[in-house]
Write a protein that binds this ligand. Structure first.
Ligand code: 4AD
Ligand code: MG
Length: 441
């Protein structure tokens, strides 16, 4: 007959018609002369049942998990109370094994993987991603990227693709990955911010999705050596407008993900307690955060009280965010602990118009600021920081050829996901995470 080839996600639409599905044996069970297969094709899961002489072939008798099969049959609705995916079952007329997996070793399928040793899981990430949890995270990730782009589209903000190979640093020399570029020193980008700024006069407000690279000495659950960086730059804005935009981006994106039935179902499955953040986000001045930490007896990593001028460490930041348990815009950091390009507060030049967005469970997921928009002031800032202004001529020119008040931010996509999906580490939110000592697979 004419068996229509379908993807599992479309299965229910083709009930009672002859269909053909292809995929991997996700689960396998024999019972009373029947073989039950939960088939996985990446779009979903489908229960398939083989009966009669279909179960008596050599391939049927030696079938293993993760083997690939093609099954021809008719999809039937099951009576209430059966626990098959979507309450449907494909009754097979014919099937064949396409590629046999060795079987016997279930250690790297999702059933055992969840509890296995982290370094083994990392070595076998290529198999771990077949599991239900890992693939659900990656699916939500795809939906989140779609939602970010849709949100920017609705704001009329244009996407650009800045280079990864650069000759200027953005966030300090200590985390630069250096490499030889035809005999010259070059770096893997830490942030596309400087390039985005140059796009304002060309395209207006812009955003990009680009990998950023940080040679992190810190081996923590929220630091990667390569991460996906969502960055935007807005022209003719005030600091308060920048904060409001960021709130809209985060909440608008989450609304879109929640309105996507497949993505929101996975999100609820991964993080049943997720609560859509309420606007406006709490605004907290950096100096008030220092006060709050001391009042709540949260010490620095060295066990001391916090003082104004400290870079709030990850542990203290997370404790505060978890205690307050709401999104926080931490604003106006001291000049000395922030990057050279940040605009100073008009009321006190020792502080900057800067923001970190902190989320429960993760801490900082966004870093942003208003930018110095006066060329002379920027030239002085290079000097103070000991930065050679020459390679930055194009960035300085942005101030010379028609400057404006502007600001932007960078959002760590893996951190955003770790927050909404309640993952212990950002490593679970990256397809193939890179971190200290890990560049494989
Ligand atoms: O705070 P950061 O360093 O800010 C910048 O790079 C700015 N130039 C961005 C801009 O204004 N366009 O990094 C921004 C965000 C952080 O808040 C964090 O979410 C993420 O990038 N991030 C990392 N994520 C994973 N691993 C790392 N090593 C990260 N470093 C930063
Ligand atoms: Mg930061």
């Amino acid at each position: 007959g004419d068996f229509k080839r379908i993807k599992i996600a479309h299965g229910v639409d083709t009930r009672d018609q002859p269909i053909r599905v292809q995929g991997w044996v996700h689960r396998l069970r024999s019972q009373k002369g029947l073989i039950f297969i939960i088939l996985r094709d990446g779009t979903g899961y489908m229960q398939c049942v083989l009966n009669g002489k279909l179960t008596q072939t050599y391939d049927a008798l030696t079938l293993t998990l993760e083997s690939t099969v093609e099954i021809y049959g008719t999809l039937k609705a099951l009576p209430e109370g059966k626990s098959a995916p979507d309450n449907h079952e494909l009754v097979a007329d014919w099937w064949r094994c396409v590629g046999k997996a060795p079987g016997g070793d279930e250690a790297f399928t999702n059933r055992v993987a969840e509890g296995a040793d982290p370094s083994i899981l990392a070595d076998f990430r290529h198999l771990v991603i077949r599991g239900e949890t890992a693939s659900a995270v990656l699916k939500v990730r795809a939906a989140v990227m779609r939602a970010f782009r849709a949100e920017y589209e609705s704001m009329r903000i244009t996407e650009v693709t800045p280079p990864c190979m650069v000759q200027t640093q953005v966030e300090g020399g200590s985390t630069l990955f250096k490499f030889d570029y035809y005999g010259q020193e070059a770096y893997l980008t830490q942030s596309s911010q400087l390039y985005l700024e140059t796009c304002l006069p060309s395209l207006g407000d812009v955003f990009c999705v680009q990998e950023s690279f940080r040679a992190e000495k810190s081996h923590t659950r929220r630091h990667l050596s390569e991460y996906t960086h969502l960055e935007a730059e807005l022209g003719f804005v005030s600091f308060e407008e920048l904060l409001e935009h960021l709130e809209q981006l985060i909440c608008g994106t989450i609304d879109r993900v929640m309105a996507d039935p497949a993505a929101s179902a996975l999100l609820k499955q991964l993080n049943p307690g997720f609560q859509v953040p309420k606007r406006p986000f709490m605004r907290m001045d950096y100096r008030d955060a220092i006060k709050w930490l001391n009042e709540n007896d949260i010490k620095t990593d060295e066990g001391k009280d916090h003082v104004v001028g400290d870079d709030i460490a990850e542990a203290a930041e997370r404790k505060m965010t978890d205690a307050l348990n709401v999104p926080i815009f931490l604003v106006r950091f001291p000049r000395e602990i922030k990057a050279f390009y940040m605009k100073r507060c008009p009321e006190d030049k020792e502080f900057t118009e800067s923001v970190d967005c902190l989320m429960p469970g993760v801490g900082e997921i966004v870093g942003g600021s208003m930018r110095m928009w006066d060329a002379e002031e920027l030239l002085k800032a290079y000097e103070t920081e000991g930065i050679d202004a020459k390679p930055y001529y194009w960035y300085t020119d942005q101030r010379k050829y028609g400057t404006c008040e502007h600001g932007g931010y960078g959002l760590g996509v893996e951190r955003f996901l770790a927050w909404i999906l309640n993952r212990w580490t950002v490593r679970d939110c990256s397809l193939y995470p890179r971190y200290t000592d890990r560049c494989t697979p």
